[in-house]
Design a binder for this molecule. Structure first.
Ligand code: MOS
Length: 743
């Protein structure tokens, strides 16, 4: 059905490549932050507040200080000076918790750091931390997850007269959807190894953004750039929780500043629930109205999320809403409510993931009210342009996502009546949901060396968070040069390398493409210029423009690569260690391209659940996903991303839910035993399709980024399937067994 876009045959781009860092990981040779072991290293353990609101009145640490191995106890009185950052900017420094640790005696959330113990061993530090006695003057806290909008909702997008159109419409729905607090649970705990050697700092960090971490650390410690190096070679994922610096990094920095010995600080899983962000709870009212034949006439989406007492955080639930469907009348509003919790932060697909749970659930409910098939309802409301801005879409194939997904899933066999489909004694539920994520790109620089030993090296100060960035960089160099992947060394995750983008916003691949491509082209140009000039080159006397590099060879353009010589031969003859090139590209949230184009990825999920009413047993059995994410550079890593997101979506729909204890204000299910995530046993049969249309407005290869989109819309597809099976519409995630007992 798809008209295949005309792409030149490629040896490396668009091919399913195994990760080049895979062998290191399976052999245990990839050094993660907490594996770093420096000579003379000390261990730090923070002490967290046991109240959620109030003031510290006393801190007794004499006994802890006297315990064996204890080197230092840091508290407000002796930690030294920190500064705040000048303004949240992705280029120079961004944090979600602005207050440096110990800045005042006020406690605003449970677990807020009040002291730090540094000792010769982790055990000694833990024992001393437990021996510190903190006195508090407690005041009432609020960790309630019911959010009363306080009337201060800000309009984010508006067109037409949505109120009047809603009132006048024949068919409408008006429902409120709630998503819970979710906590990032990467297997790798947050960790910092800080080392001040009397001159400068080195930080080994679990960071999705070493450049940002450096910028933040410089400002908060008051140091020039050359004194702060941040390294993050491998990351055991982050899901957004490791995008920005959190206060524990500053605690480690302060400790090594005083002791001049390396200090290792690894958070506990419990602290991960308190101190390093979470997806906030959201409450979203969706009002949709349509004509009898299913044309949307009014769309209203009003969301609130909780945020911390001292910090601002908006979960941008309405980001996708204004451009998703055609409607003349629309309003999106957003607001926040303060709670005594650590600051929320980005969590995989921030905004779009909870936002599209609400919007897509609403679309399903509207389809039922209209008695129109939910796929058909979306097809009838496909916009020609982005109606929020009037801008053309750079590349939108949402209709094809819907049609391809419906065909692969067998959607035409669906009977709409609740509980009408059966298999093997179980009731089947079939539901679908759409997804979207903005195309983003950030500033990037890269250098490429083509080396005399026949290898190449490419470096960029971005990170690989486990998703395949090492491999993508190698593929890019291989594509231009024909050098085999195993002869390409990739360097990432170090601020001493050229500036790299955050590994966030699904933006890393699109950000590095122009920088790496320009760098490799420049390196090749240098090489060919030598080939045309130097003594000992078979091409001496030729024009550089008549030469090319491919298949790892330098050759005449009009002749095949084998006719030429391996590129190393030219470097050898020229007595050069390497032919090098560098490239750079600008990007950011204010990308000028966004003034001309609406740039988004799109997709559709189709989910099947099985329901056994006798035992109230619900399973997600099958998911078909179709993604329009631009050109897919590595379909194997790409499919992994979407499959991972679908599994995470099963968790979002059915399990994930951070619970705060109303009495203490603490997140109480703060362990992997009590915070339930989807596991292998919960994994449905998955079928992922990429449409693979290059978005060449966005970059020369047309890749947009595909990390986060897979988690958007999947929860709505599952709850719509649950409705189809059981007749129970769950509007508050996760689906609980109590909800289903109403069936
Ligand atoms: Mo993602 S939430 O931008 O790591």
């Amino acid at each position: 059905m798809s008209t295949a876009p005309d792409i030149k045959p490629s040896a490396f781009i668009g091919r399913p490549q195994s990760r080049i860092d895979g062998p290191l990981k399976v052999c245990g040779r990839a050094t993660y932050t907490s594996d770093v072991d420096l000579p003379g290293m000390l261990y730090a353990v923070p002490v967290g507040s046991t109240i959620a609101s109030g003031r510290i009145t006393s801190l007794e640490f004499a006994a802890a200080q006297a315990m064996p191995g204890v080197k230092l106890i840091l508290h407000r009185g002796n930690i030294g000076r920190f500064y705040r950052i000048a303004g949240n900017s992705i280029d120079t420094g961004f944090v979600d918790e602005n207050r440096p640790p110990f800045e005042d005696d006020i406690i605003r959330y449970y677990g807020q750091y009040v002291a730090l113990v540094v000792a010769e061993t982790f055990e000694a530090a833990s024992a001393a931390a437990a021996a510190i006695k903190v006195g508090y003057d407690k005041t009432p806290h609020d960790v309630s997850t019911t959010l009363e909008p306080d009337g201060k909702l800000e309009t984010q997008s508006e067109r037409g007269d949505p109120d009047k159109a809603f009132d006048d419409a024949p068919v409408k729905i008006d429902e409120t959807y709630v998503t819970p607090v979710e906590t990032h649970n990467p297997i790798e705990l947050h960790a910092t190894i800080a080392h001040w050697n009397g001159e400068s700092y080195t930080f080994y960090e679990t960071s999705q953004a070493v450049a940002n971490h450096q910028g933040t650390m410089m400002q908060m410690m008051g140091l020039p750039k050359e004194k702060v190096r941040v390294i993050s070679r491998y990351l055991g994922s982050g899901f957004g929780g490791k995008l920005w610096m959190w206060p524990h990094s500053l605690l480690a920095a302060a400790a090594t500043r005083q002791l001049e010995r390396p200090v290792k600080l690894v958070l506990s899983r419990k602290m991960m629930f308190q101190n390093v962000g979470h997806r906030p709870t959201t409450q979203q009212r969706v009002r949709l109205a349509a004509t009898e034949d299913g044309k949307l006439v009014s769309l209203q989406h009003d969301f609130v999320n909780h945020e911390a007492i001292a910090d601002d955080y908006t979960e941008d639930c309405g980001e996708a809403t204004p451009s998703m469907y055609s409607t003349p009348n629309l309003r999106v509003t957003g607001g926040t409510v303060k709670r005594n919790v650590g600051s929320p932060t980005s969590m995989r697909g921030p905004g779009a993931v909870p936002g599209l749970f609400a919007l897509e659930s609403g679309m399903d409910e509207l389809a039922i009210a209209l008695k129109i098939d939910p796929v058909e309802l979306r097809l009838r409301n496909e916009p020609e342009v982005d109606e929020s801005s009037g801008l053309p879409f750079s590349s939108r194939h949402f209709v094809e996502c819907l049609k391809t997904g419906a065909e692969k899933f067998g959607w035409s066999k669906r009977t709409p009546e609740v509980g009408s489909m059966k298999r093997d004694g179980l009731t089947l539920g079939w539901g679908m949901g759409a997804c979207s994520w903005p195309g983003l790109r950030f500033s990037a620089e890269a250098t490429v060396d083509l080396r005399a030993d026949g290898t190449a090296r490419v470096v960029c100060g971005t990170q690989d968070i486990g998703t395949g960035t090492y491999t993508i960089l190698a593929q890019l160099v291989a594509e231009h040069t024909g050098i085999a992947l195993d002869k390409i060394e990739v360097g990432l995750g170090d601020t001493s390398l050229p500036l790299g983008p955050v590994s966030g916003g699904s933006a890393a691949t699109a950000s590095v493409i122009p920088a790496v491509s320009d760098a490799v082209r420049e390196a090749i140009k240098t090489l060919l210029a030598r080939a045309a000039k130097i003594e000992g080159s078979p091409f001496k006397g030729a024009k550089a423009e008549e030469l090319a590099m491919s298949g790892g060879h330098v050759h005449r353009k009009n002749e095949p690569p084998e006719s030429g010589v391996p590129f190393a031969r030219i470097l050898d003859a020229a007595k050069l260690h390497a032919a090098s090139g560098s490239g750079s590209a600008k990007g950011g949230f204010d990308d000028p391209l966004k003034k001309k184009w609406s740039i988004h990825s799109y997709g559709a999920h189709f989910a099947e659940v099985t329901w056994d009413p006798a035992t109230a047993r619900l399973r997600v059995s099958r998911v078909v996903t179709v993604i329009d994410g631009g050109k897919i550079l590595n379909p194997r890593a790409g499919r992994n991303q979407i499959e991972g997101a679908v599994v995470m979506g099963v968790g979002m729909a059915l399990f994930e839910h951070t619970v705060y204890d109303e009495r203490s204000g603490a997140p109480i299910n703060s362990s992997l035993a009590d915070y339930v995530v989807a596991t292998n046993a919960d994994t449905p049969k998955m079928d992922v399709t990429f449409l693979d249309y290059p978005d060449t407005v966005f970059n020369e290869l047309g890749a947009r980024g595909i990390a986060e989109i897979g988690l958007a819309g999947i929860a709505a597809a599952i709850t719509s399937a649950v409705y189809h099976a059981t007749g129970v519409r769950v509007r508050k995630l996760p689906v609980m067994i109590e909800d289903l007992l109403k069936a």
